[in-house]
Design a protein around this ligand. Structure first.
Ligand SMILES: [Zn+2]
Length: 255
């Protein structure tokens, strides 16, 4: 039927569709950074966990800045899809911050290997990693979100952890209605439907930038695009180093 779309439609996940969502949210909500999430008058949190691509994140950040929306981007220091400290990632953070957004820490305690977690030990790790991200991104990191929280064996559950606002703390979990894209589809409710309902209740939106390419693509192809884009940039860097060194006798690694 015309106008009827599957909640899993690939057309939901494009830059164009994303810009339409940004226009819709502003009708009833005012997204604020997670540093303000616990303030009683905050009514919308617009969150991105960067699991795959800081470059895709920077692109969405620019769309949000054009729309006048403040978002928070959570950086994963242990991602196997990007190096959070490499120059391309730092450049992406600068693009994000230039749009008036915040950076947070995407915490992955499982990446640190099996150990007997305690509040004290987790706080020490989170503080250390938050300070590292603050240093390299040259911005004050004030909030954390947890990677794969349902699969993690143990998580700190307080509103603030080691001085950081916790996206999985009880106040945020209770006060805000939650809407998330997960594995390239809507996990519970479709965000456009939620925004069109117009019920002005506090809203916590989680999206992952990788799922929002310029054109409609199957979910797996969106991940492959991020992986191949990074691999191509790495290869280009290598070829340029050879070229600048005048090593024309070295075989082309792409051959
Ligand atoms: Zn994650």
């Amino acid at each position: 039927m015309k106008g009827e779309r599957s909640p899993k439609a690939e057309e939901d996940f494009t830059e164009q569709a994303y810009s339409q969502l940004l226009a819709l949210v502003l009708k009833h909500w005012v997204p604020v950074g997670f540093s303000r999430a616990l303030e009683p008058d905050s009514n919308c949190l617009w969150r991105h966990d960067i699991d795959f691509s800081p470059q895709r994140a920077a692109r969405l950040a620019e769309l949000e800045a054009d729309a006048g929306i403040t978002a928070t981007y959570f950086v994963h220091l242990h991602s196997t899809f990007y190096n959070a400290l490499e120059p391309d990632s730092l450049a992406a953070y600068r693009r994000i911050l230039a749009g008036g957004h915040e950076l947070g820490l995407h915490v992955d305690l499982e990446a640190l290997g099996p150990r007997d977690w305690t509040e004290e030990l987790a706080h020490a790790w989170i503080r250390r990693e938050g300070e590292m991200l603050t240093q390299v991104a040259e911005t004050k990191v004030r909030s954390i979100s947890f990677h794969n929280p349902t699969e993690a064996g143990w998580l700190p559950r307080s509103d603030e952890v080691a001085g950081y606002v916790n996206a999985y703390g009880p106040t945020i979990q209770k006060r805000y209605r939650y809407c998330s894209d997960s594995n390239g589809r809507w996990r519970f409710d479709r965000l456009e439907d939620v925004l069109r309902e117009g019920r002005v209740e506090p809203l916590h939106v989680l999206t992952h930038p990788c799922w929002w390419p310029a054109q409609p693509m199957a979910a797996r192809a969106r991940v492959e695009r991020c992986i191949e884009g990074r691999a191509q940039r790495t290869l280009t860097t290598y070829v340029n180093i050879l070229s600048e060194a005048g090593r024309t006798d070295t075989p082309d690694p792409r051959a």
